[in-house]
Write a protein that binds this ligand. Structure first.
Ligand code: NZQ
Ligand code: ZN
Length: 386
């Protein structure tokens, strides 16, 4: 295991009606003026918006609103949010929604103190020196953004989608009430589960091995496999929603990657698809993941896929390569069982931009650590996914 440093400053309030702590928790931090960031209306339909507003009013906290954040959030919303923060002396950001809202809020928190284009953070022209504190009120289990320091934004002009991160962007606290995920539509629930599974794979299939982290990864995957069919059939099953929600947070809050060097290739090549075609992140991952697995599997790494097969899927094959192949097919079957598309052609994507997207993925950094991918490798994975 490599050396590591762990810093988890985010306080988590998990469970039914935890929203009730919002006002008091903000007062504890002496908050006077918040920017409330949300999406295109789900928080109004669920009643969450009214509960947030009344908590803020009861505690005499000024509210400025930034509604309408898009899935695959845009850098233009970040510039707008930063301006609102300056104009209204905002001292705290409340992000109420799913990953896109939280990511956009993190970028705003950093952009508030940056005198240039917020995109500078994403092209490594600037680093986050100071940021407004934020809290996340999560409404969809998927990204883990509620407890990590990362965010992914889209630049609609350049058609790029890039990540950036800083410990300064980890939420100060997050409220996770599984009941607020009851209203997530079936396809979005499934896409969230595929995203969570992918986060685990990106860290599990990486070097060096780390026994505890890898077994924890297996536990997160088993939790997803057990609970996914339940939430898809019974969207208001609290216990199953709670298990998926917490799995989503643990899957990307640093714990599973400690002492390891995560792969993240599937994510990087998926971000290209989201940037060019504005598709749902988890849908892109569900299509690419089994094909990434099939492409990278070799005699040296098959022991890892075999361990995954035996510990997660109870495969009984004694030969590692056979167990690995079976594990990959089990993964594909699981993603299929979620009802998600399995081919790019099903979501209207052809091969016309494969070369361009592969080049773009490799533009700023290497792609993959478990098995570094060349441009040709990436194009092959896209082709297998057609
Ligand atoms: O806009 P509203 O009306 O809120 O509707 C949203 C949106 O249409 C809807 N939704 C959310 N909660 C709901 C709900 N609908 C009904 N009931 C609810 N309770 O769901 C739709 C999708 O929202 P979005 O925020 O895009 O979903 P998700 O959480 O999957 O976030 C995806 C974004 O996060 C990035 C992705 O690239 C993508 O841009 N990621 C962020 C990461 C991070 N910060 O660590 C890591 C991830 O790998 C990922 O890249
Ligand atoms: Zn993801």
């Amino acid at each position: 295991m490599n050396n590591f440093r762990l810093n988890m400053p985010t306080e988590i309030f998990f469970g039914k009606d935890q929203i009730e702590i919002l006002g008091k928790r903000l007062v504890k931090d002496n908050v006077k003026s918040v920017l409330l960031v949300y999406g295109k209306g789900s928080i109004k339909r669920s009643g969450l918006y009214d509960r947030i507003i009344s908590q803020l009013a009861e505690n005499s906290i000024k509210v400025t609103e930034l509604p309408g954040i898009d899935p695959n959030p845009r850098i233009t919303s970040v510039a707008k949010g930063a301006e609102l923060c300056r104009e209204n002396d905002v001292d705290f950001i409340v992000a109420a929604g799913a990953g896109s809202v939280i990511d956009c809020s993190k970028a705003i928190a950093a952009a508030r103190y940056h005198n240039g284009d917020p995109w500078d953070f994403f092209i490594r022209k600037a680093s986050v020196k100071k940021a407004l504190p934020i809290c996340a009120i999560l409404t969809l289990a998927a990204t883990g953004s509620e407890m990590n320091g990362g965010c992914v934004l889209t630049n609609e002009k350049t058609q790029e989608k890039l990540p950036m991160g800083s410990i300064r962007l980890k939420p100060r606290f997050s409220i996770l009430d599984p009941a607020y995920t009851f209203s997530v539509p079936k396809e979005q629930t499934a896409a969230g589960i595929a995203d969570i599974a992918s986060h685990v794979f990106e860290q599990y299939f990486s070097y060096p091995d780390a026994a505890l982290q890898d077994h924890m990864s297996e536990a997160v995957l088993k939790t997803l496999i057990e609970n996914a069919p339940i939430v898809l059939k019974e969207p208001e099953n609290y216990e199953a929603r709670a298990n998926i929600m917490w799995a989503g947070t643990v899957a990307l809050n640093d714990l599973l990657e400690l002492g390891k060097e995560g792969d993240w290739a599937t994510h990087m090549i998926e971000h290209e698809l989201s940037a060019k075609y504005d598709i749902t992140h988890g849908v892109g991952l569900a299509i690419l993941t089994p094909n990434w697995m099939r492409h990278v599997l070799d005699a040296d790494n098959c022991y890892k896929f075999a361990a995954y097969g035996r510990n997660v899927w109870n495969t009984t094959e004694t030969d590692d390569m056979s167990a690995a192949l079976q594990a990959i097919e089990k993964t594909a079957d699981f993603l299929k069982s979620l009802g998600l598309p399995q081919k790019l052609s099903e979501i209207g994507i052809d091969d016309s931009k494969f070369e361009e997207m592969a080049e773009s993925a490799l533009k700023n950094t290497r792609v993959g650590t478990f098995k570094p991918l060349s441009k040709e490798d990436i194009v092959k994975i896209y082709r297998k996914s057609l």
